[in-house]
Design a protein around this ligand. Structure first.
Ligand code: ATP
Length: 454
């Protein structure tokens, strides 16, 4: 099948951002002060969505495998870490300024960027453009430890979570029952002073990463590299991303980072085009050797009759970027009964709310007397919501827009036979089920495989 060239579906970044704001997923940060370029706060449903993404990642590694352990290291590390890792010397992007329109561009993105005055042209594409030479700009945020702002106290906000893992290699191998091949996985905030943040959650200066360093005997590195490229691709598919919108792209030799002997990106076809979702790199023994050399601590695996510096395969994902891909992929518009409907077709495991309990008439004490206990029973097992406001149609539309897969409606028949209707978000089918089995039925459906629309 030929690869898609453009995004298929109703979503645009603007529509998704607008829905996110309207429905309490994501707000512009510092909004009442005019915002802070490309920074976002997560609202209630956004918190739940991102938590589900992170939980699914952690579960697939640390729970469903027995060779991955967890770590949560600090954001501010000894600054020597960033000297050893190469970030102080080389974690930079080439920056180009335009003296005419005062815009800044990443030199490596200039072909796809827009001139500040004539957006149909690339920077440098008009006679008025006056571009500077490219200058290297370090992306690390600096701050100071303690009250004195002296050079000796300068530290950095971590630009990736990976280094916290490498410097704990010895702690982990000497305290936990691990043996290569094994992984250390960490989720946490990272900070990069990006030159051109933008496209909503796609590129921000403060973001969350989900990274694993998988330590292997050197001879097994290629095998594990291929294994993790496939496993990570499958993770996105299992959570409902459309296969037609996901691809693996191997880096060309001239694209490879200084530490990498092979990198493949998982790319998602966003409305802005194919873009990196996650990178999987074969980092060799670069990091452990660099930290051993700079710290003076041996970082190696010592087995019964073997001793070596493990090689490392690193799947590095972004929690916010993953959440954005799931939002974009789930976003759909259609017409139902002559009315427009916006719906987020999330995989039920990712949906912020799994079930809504809706008494047909909010003020009817008989219906409320059935609906509240059902809701209180369900919320012990899953994220559930009770809504008795507005017309039933409006309430369904609200749940569709936040991607709730099922709604249970309590009506007058419920009073007679203790059944409710269950409405399916995607098919809109309604069937009657007994209240008594509702919780088990939903728990069972949550375990079932789910397939995205074609
Ligand atoms: P890019 O080329 O897009 O700047 P990168 O190759 O430098 O990204 P990595 O260092 O490999 O990115 O980071 C791993 C993952 O972290 C990325 O695939 C992405 O999901 C996420 N990530 C990186 N930078 C950002 C950012 N500024 N905002 C949101 N997520 C990010």
């Amino acid at each position: 099948m030929a690869e898609l060239a453009t995004y298929e579906g109703a979503a645009t970044i603007e529509k998704v951002a607008s829905l996110c704001r309207r429905r309490g997923f994501v707000y512009p940060s510092s909004d009442i002060y005019g915002g802070l370029g490309s920074a976002y706060d997560y609202g209630h449903y956004g918190v739940l969505l991102k938590q589900n993404v992170k939980a699914a990642w952690q579960r697939s590694l640390a729970q469903e495998r027995d060779d991955v352990v967890l770590l949560d290291s600090t954001i501010i590390l000894n600054p020597k870490v960033w000297v050893a890792s190469g970030h102080v010397g080389g974690f930079s992007d080439p920056l180009i300024d335009c003296r005419t329109c005062k815009q800044r561009f990443r030199a490596d993105h200039i072909a796809t960027a827009q001139c500040g005055k004539r957006p149909s042209k690339p920077p440098g594409g008009t006679p008025d453009c006056d571009l500077t030479e490219a200058r290297e700009f370090n992306l690390m945020f600096e701050t100071y430890l303690g009250p004195m702002h002296e050079t000796a106290d300068k530290v950095y906000l971590r630009p990736e979570t990976a280094q916290g893992i490498f410097i704990n290699f010895k702690n982990v191998t000497s305290s936990l029952r691990v043996k290569p091949p094994f992984g250390i996985a960490q989720i946490g905030k990272s900070f990069r002073n990006e030159i051109t943040p933008g496209n909503f959650l796609f590129r921000t200066r403060e973001f969350e990463q989900m990274e694993m360093e998988f330590f292997v005997p050197p001879g097994e590195a290629q095998h594990w590299f291929e294994f993790w490229v496939n496993a990570r691709r499958q993770w996105y598919l299992d959570l409902g991303l459309r296969e037609s919108h996901l691809r693996v792209r191997a880096h060309d030799v001239d694209e490879l980072s200084h530490y990498s002997s092979g990198t493949s990106d998982l790319e998602y076809l966003f409305p802005i085009g194919w873009s990196e979702l996650e990178g999987i790199a074969n980092r060799g023994d670069f990091d452990l050797r660099a930290h051993a050399e700079h710290s003076g601590t041996k970082l190696e695996w010592i087995g019964q009759d073997e001793r070596y510096v493990p090689h490392v395969i690193e799947p590095a994902a972004g929690a916010d970027r993953a959440a954005l891909s799931f939002l974009v992929d789930a976003y759909d518009e259609e017409e139902v009964g002559g009315e427009p409907r916006v719906v987020l077709r999330f995989h039920p495991r990712l949906a912020p709310v799994k079930v809504a309990v809706l008494p047909l008439v909010g003020k009817d004490e008989g219906l409320v007397g059935k609906a509240r206990p059902l809701y209180e029973d369900l919320r012990r097992a899953m994220s559930a919501e009770y809504d008795d406001s507005a017309s039933i149609g409006k309430r369904y539309r609200r749940q569709d827009e936040i991607g709730t897969p099922w709604a249970l409606t309590i009506d007058h028949q419920t009073l007679e036979d203790d059944t409710v209707t269950i409405r399916d978000r995607d098919s809109l089918a309604q069937e009657r089920i007994p209240i008594a089995g509702a919780r088990e039925l939903l728990l069972d459906r949550l375990e079932q495989p789910w397939h995205p629309r074609p």
